[in-house]
Design a protein around this ligand. Structure first.
Ligand SMILES: [Zn+2]
Length: 561
């Protein structure tokens, strides 16, 4: 909270000339303290939100014996673990996930219905944080043109800013732009993400500021990122990684320039063919770089220095890249989590030193889970597979042609949703509802399609459980499509038949860890079901501040002291 301290000094100096500085300074400090202190809330000096991109719940348990005492184990043993924590909507993807964690609600309310989607008004695909109204700060391309403008509600971080009269600082960091921008909310003091390529720099958008602060410039000019340009071997002897499958198998996607998906991955040797610094995003080094940068933010922004609660939002994105490429059962994912555990240890020790043990509160969760590689599951006799969306769309276009003639009633097919041209349908003297139903019936005859819902059903009905409930929580009347497809369990869109994905309403994508730790948090665990939108109201109750304005979750009672 450097800004507040400076303003105190400036105020003090101004008042000094009138000769009443000591009294005035004390009064200001008392007022400042009262902003967040009340018997109805706890005021940690700092809240640290940790999102681990694509972390399944069972990564906690499967790799437990490899974790040290200072990372995941410290959070679990010293804090409160929700063992049955779920996303309650689909699509289970990064943009919606980060937004739901921080807004306490679902895409049906906050509007982030995908990482990207077809915008019905603009008539084109938009990505969740891209914003042409702003420019990149830190490199000379468009990767920093971003803002939270498509997020329709406030975040817990926004509410902290409002509650503290903008004195509580919010800083957000992640390798991915959306992993940083969305948690930061609309009023973040800073949101930074990693630009790979030739630079290997941390960047931001003019939405936040016109120049990088000195501490970010210093970080970019140091060799902190360059030092990770080194081979990736397993942290421990690979023979001890008995909780994952064989290293050499046919289910993994190769780095460009490699002939087998095996350790050691010689990153310097394949540096150029994998877009230089971009390759680090897809290794555990990307998480270490994120931890390094978060620690630099802690110092550079003096987070947790005074009694007004600050918020540091960290998202570890590299777990997601590794998961997509190598899969849930790979040696690479096991090593990535063992190394992340070390980064968490480092982060917590730095918080002890800088903010003080017991003076900060942490939560750790994920933005979605992941499906085991379908090819592997299929080989183990489980129902699983791949949907080739090209073949499916060709078949569907033939149906449209046959049924509606030359006039195409479809505007767009993306994110497993069909967007119809309502004007064309009206001109054909047809009802939108009828066309939606005809299309749903057609898709139900296709292999790999499990169920289909129409926009009309979503608007007319109130689902309370099961898959339709999960679909409805992800359905935005303003933004979602006319027909919504659900693939069979274990099936993903991926014609290459390698690697894995997420996005479904099924348990493997919805079940993720949720751990609270530190000031104001009980020790223990529960197997009672909790849901992602419960996180923000739990934090708001802890802090005694207003709930984010779209909140639909409820505080998790057992977590709070
Ligand atoms: Zn993600």
């Amino acid at each position: 909270m450097k800004i507040f301290k400076i303003s105190l000094v400036v105020l003090g100096m101004m008042i000094c000339s009138s000769g009443t500085n000591i009294y005035a300074q004390k009064q200001i400090k008392d007022n400042a303290a009262s902003i967040t202190s009340s018997p109805l809330g706890t005021s940690p000096k700092l809240v640290v939100g940790i999102v681990v991109d694509q972390m399944r719940y069972d990564y906690l348990t499967r790799f437990w014996n490899h974790y040290g005492e200072g990372g995941f184990k410290r959070l679990v043993k010293g804090g409160f673990t929700c063992k049955n924590n779920h996303f309650n909507y689909t699509p289970t993807a990064t943009g919606p996930g980060h937004t739901s964690i921080y807004t306490g609600t679902t895409p049906s309310v906050h509007g982030i219905i995908g990482n990207s989607w077809y915008d019905k008004v603009e008539g084109k695909i938009v990505t969740c944080v891209a914003d042409d109204s702003y420019n990149t700060v830190g490199v000379l391309d468009d990767t920093g043109k971003a803002s939270p403008h498509r997020m329709m509600v406030s975040t817990i971080t926004d509410e902290l800013r409002l509650h503290t009269q903008m004195k509580g600082k919010v800083i957000s960091v992640a390798i991915k732009d959306r992993g940083s921008v969305l948690p930061g909310g609309h009023m973040a003091n800073g949101a930074y993400w990693f630009h790979g390529g030739l630079e290997g720099n941390w960047i931001t958008s003019t939405y936040y500021r016109s120049e990088l602060p000195k501490w970010v410039v210093n970080f970019n000019e140091s060799n902190k990122v360059e030092k990770y340009k080194k081979p990736w071997n397993t942290l421990k002897d690979i023979k001890t990684y008995v909780e994952s499958g064989s290293d050499d198998n046919t289910y993994e996607v190769l780095f460009s320039g490699e002939t087998a998906p095996v350790f050691p991955h010689d990153l310097p040797a394949i540096w150029e063919s994998n877009s230089q610094f971009n390759i680090l995003k897809g290794t555990p080094y990307g998480n270490s770089i994120t931890a390094d940068f978060a620690l630099a933010a802690l110092d550079g922004e003096d987070l947790g220095e005074d009694n007004i609660t600050d918020f540091l939002a960290i998202s570890f994105s590299s777990t997601d890249y590794v998961g997509h490429q190598f899969g849930v059962n790979s040696k690479e994912i096991q090593d990535t989590y063992i190394r992340l555990d070390g980064d968490l240890d480092r982060l917590l020790k730095a918080l002890d030193k800088k903010v003080g043990e017991g003076e900060y509160t942490v939560f750790l969760t994920a933005d979605h889970g992941a499906l085991d590689v379908p090819g592997y599951l299929r080989d183990q006799k489980l129902p699983a597979g791949y949907m080739d969306s090209k073949t499916m769309t060709t078949k569907f276009r033939e149906f449209l042609n046959y049924t509606y003639g030359k006039v195409n009633p479809m505007k767009n097919y993306s994110n497993a949703q069909i967007f119809l041209d309502h004007d064309v349908i009206r001109n054909l003297d047809l009802k939108v509802k009828d066309v939606q139903e005809a299309i749903a019936a057609e898709f139900l005859t296709y292999d790999g399609i499990n169920r289909v819902y129409t926009g009309y059903q979503m608007v007319q009905n109130q689902y309370t459980e099961g898959i339709p409930y999960i679909i409805q929580k992800g359905y935005s009347q303003k933004r979602s499509g006319d027909v919504l497809l659900v693939l069979d369990p274990g099936v993903v869109y991926n014609p290459s038949e390698k690697g894995s994905s997420h996005g479904s309403p099924f348990i493997y994508d919805t079940h993720v860890p949720l751990i609270f730790y530190g000031k104001g948090i009980q020790k223990g665990s529960t197997v009672a079901r909790t849901e992602i939108p419960d996180i923000a109201p739990t934090l708001a109750s802890l802090l005694g501040i207003a709930f984010p304005n779209g909140t639909s979750g409820s505080p998790i009672v057992q977590v709070l002291e």
